[in-house]
Write a protein that binds this ligand. Structure first.
Ligand code: 5AD
Ligand code: SF4
Length: 444
């Protein structure tokens, strides 16, 4: 039997966190082995999110569960809290949670092996440094440290936009972009390993390179063009975007680069200019609609999705109606909608005119109904079309021969194949059915 300790990583939150968890797994794989069962692992890392109150609660409740079970378990693991909540709470987490040994912020994950060695000696440590001169260390991507067909690359982290509801500038710090050549080298290595789809990640990818010295500045569109040229790359995506930093050069990339997928996630948050201004979102609904029109002129049929917040402090029924009208006007392919929640340090937490919980709940349910109807209508538009689908695996819970994959527009498609397929295979599928959350298709 192996004497190497085993580790389990539980990940909450965004794709940035997913990528950080992959990096941690890669760093740990030298001296430890992964363990799928959280109850069997010698080391348990909880990579946390604190974007909304609910997200933070999820991580805290898992940590509480680990504490309750301690003593009843065969092993008493070293427990580490990582990520955005760790950064936000720091030392306070060690005080509140006596079974936690390590609190590690997003910039400190690279010290994980050293920190774990200390924890193994019985020490309890907090590593939540945050420096605006931090450089994301290059880490040669390892085959097997993520899915074989699609992988994330972090191109920047942090954010300088300070939307008044948002905790990210406090958890991920100031905006820092990685060097273009380094990102392209990482992308090339992955594509040479057979990866077909790359997703470039940052809190605010549209302002990539913004802080570089005059003359050395490489824009996000330049980065996209450089990655798009890699032979063998089939699909390129990116997230997240802020409408206020979108450039014509970037929108044009959708006309120039066929490898760029026909999907744009463009969070609008509200359809009311008054609310947008109080959110410190520096665009208007009119400007937002212009950007969508320009995008659609470059790539007709592109799928557009968004994020929406209801019940931001001071939001009136009239403001909320404007949001509903915007959703109907854009006819989104999908949207995530959330009830506003106060976040520590974010400016809106101090705004006086909070919206009552039952009002938020009612608005959310109206908005979600609208979004669902819109998504269902959009899905009907796929009927009869033939779509290029990337295989993601067998349909979970499906019968033998049932497979699922994704279109370039990110729609999930279920289909039957008489022959076994491999994850990452690209096939033409004729769409024969469209539901609320997915499409059905047949091989021609
Ligand atoms: N309350 C509710 N939703 C929020 N989001 C970010 N901060 C908050 C908050 N305090 C939502 C936004 C963002 C998405 C990732 O989470 O819609 O785009
Ligand atoms: Fe959550 Fe934002 Fe941190 Fe991602 S960056 S884990 S969404 S708080």
């Amino acid at each position: 039997m192996s004497t190497r300790p085993s580790f389990h990583i539980e990940t909450f939150g965004c794709q940035m966190n997913e990528r950080d968890s992959e990096i941690m797994a890669q760093l740990l794989s030298e001296g430890a082995r992964p363990c799928l069962d959280i109850n069997e692992a010698d080391i348990v890392l909880v990579n946390t999110c604190s974007i909304r109150e609910k997200a933070a609660h999820k991580a805290i409740s898992l940590l509480g569960q680990l504490r309750a079970e301690k003593g009843q378990r065969r092993r008493n693991p070293i427990v580490g809290v990582v990520g955005c909540l760790a950064q936000q709470e720091g030392q306070a987490l060690l005080r509140r949670l006596p079974h936690v040994s390590l609190v590690i912020g997003p910039q400190n994950i690279y010290q994980l092996p050293a920190l774990l060695a200390e924890a193994a000696q019985g020490r309890r440590l907090v590593a939540v440094d945050q420096s605006s001169s931090f450089v994301i260390p290059p880490l040669a991507p390892q085959a097997g440290s993520g899915p074989p067909h699609k992988r994330f690359i972090t191109i920047m982290q942090g954010c300088d936009n300070f939307c008044t509801y948002c905790v990210v500038p406090y958890t991920r710090g100031r905006e820092i972009s990685r060097d273009l050549d380094q990102v392209v080298a990482e992308a090339r290595t992955l594509v040479e390993q057979g990866v077909k789809e790359l997703i470039l990640l940052g809190q605010n990818v549209n302002s990539y390179g913004r802080k570089a010295k005059e003359g050395e500045r490489r824009t996000f569109a330049e980065l996209l063009r450089a990655v798009a040229r890699l032979p063998g790359l089939e699909r390129l995506r990116f997230t997240s975007s802020n409408p206020q930093d979108l450039t014509h050069e970037l929108l044009l990339a959708f006309a120039e680069l066929p490898v760029l997928c026909p999907h744009f996630h463009l969070p609008v948050q509200s359809g009311s200019n008054r609310v947008l201004a109080r959110m410190n979102r520096r665009y208007t609904r009119e400007r937002y609609l212009e950007l969508i029109a320009e995008l659609r002129s470059h790539r007709p049929g592109i799928a557009i999705t968004t994020d929406l917040i209801v019940g931001f402090p001071g939001e009136t029924e009239a403001d909320f109606d404007l949001t509903c009208q915007l959703v109907t006007e854009v006819r989104y392919h999908g949207a995530f909608s959330f009830k506003y929640s106060d976040r520590p340090q974010a400016k809106a937490a101090g705004f006086a005119d909070k919206v009552a919980e039952e009002v938020k709940a009612r608005r959310l349910s109206i908005l979600q109904g609208l979004i669902d109807r819109m998504a269902w209508e959009r899905n009907q538009e796929f009927l009869g079309r033939t779509e290029r689908v990337m295989v993601e695996g067998a349909s979970p819970g499906g019968q033998a021969g049932q497979w699922q994959g994704r279109t370039g527009s990110s729609h999930l498609v279920h289909f039957v194949s008489p022959v076994a397929l491999a994850v990452g295979d690209l096939l033409d599928v004729r769409i024969t059915g469209a539901g609320q959350h997915s499409l059905r298709g047949e091989l021609p």
